[in-house]
Write a protein that binds this ligand. Structure first.
Ligand SMILES: [Zn+2]
Length: 144
């Protein structure tokens, strides 16, 4: 079976994993963390490229900030949506206040903004606090 590179949500190490959405089990070779844990990863300068460039899975990045009420409102929806994309797309959160250099690359005009990346390429973006079902249907469109 074809294998793809997947970044570990805990330590960021790149692992080779069978390319299927019905994997029963996969653990990180470095830290043993469950690679199928699809809860949103906290992105920072250290792990950003591993998830958005080097991993073979697309990742949807939620650009947010603590002071932004709509961002806080969307956070549980974002987390809920992540459960529907195990081994199809990773979910990551980028605090735009803590990481202005990264956020500054994309000309983001308002937050929350979600951008989908694969191998460093932007596949799609959308702004505004969306409900779970809209996040899911938008993402299905972008990564199909
Ligand atoms: Zn790991």
């Amino acid at each position: 079976m074809e294998k793809i590179k997947v970044a570990c949500p805990a330590c960021g190490a790149l692992n080779m994993v069978a390319n299927t959405s019905n994997l029963a089990k996969a653990n990180c070779g470095k830290c043993q963390h469950d690679l199928l844990d699809n809860s949103p990863v906290i992105l920072n300068a250290k792990n950003y490229d591993k998830f958005t460039v080097k991993s073979d899975l697309p990742i949807v990045v939620d650009f947010w900030a603590e002071w932004c009420a709509p961002c806080r409102m969307m956070a549980p929806n974002f987390k809920e949506a992540s459960k529907s994309f195990v081994m199809k797309a990773k979910f990551g959160k980028l605090d735009t206040e803590a990481n202005p250099n990264i956020a500054g690359r994309y000309g983001i005009r308002g937050i929350p903004t979600m951008i989908v990346f694969k191998h460093g390429k932007e596949l799609g973006r959308i702004s505004g606090a969306l409900p779970t079902n809209q996040i899911i249907s938008w993402l299905n469109d972008v990564i199909k």
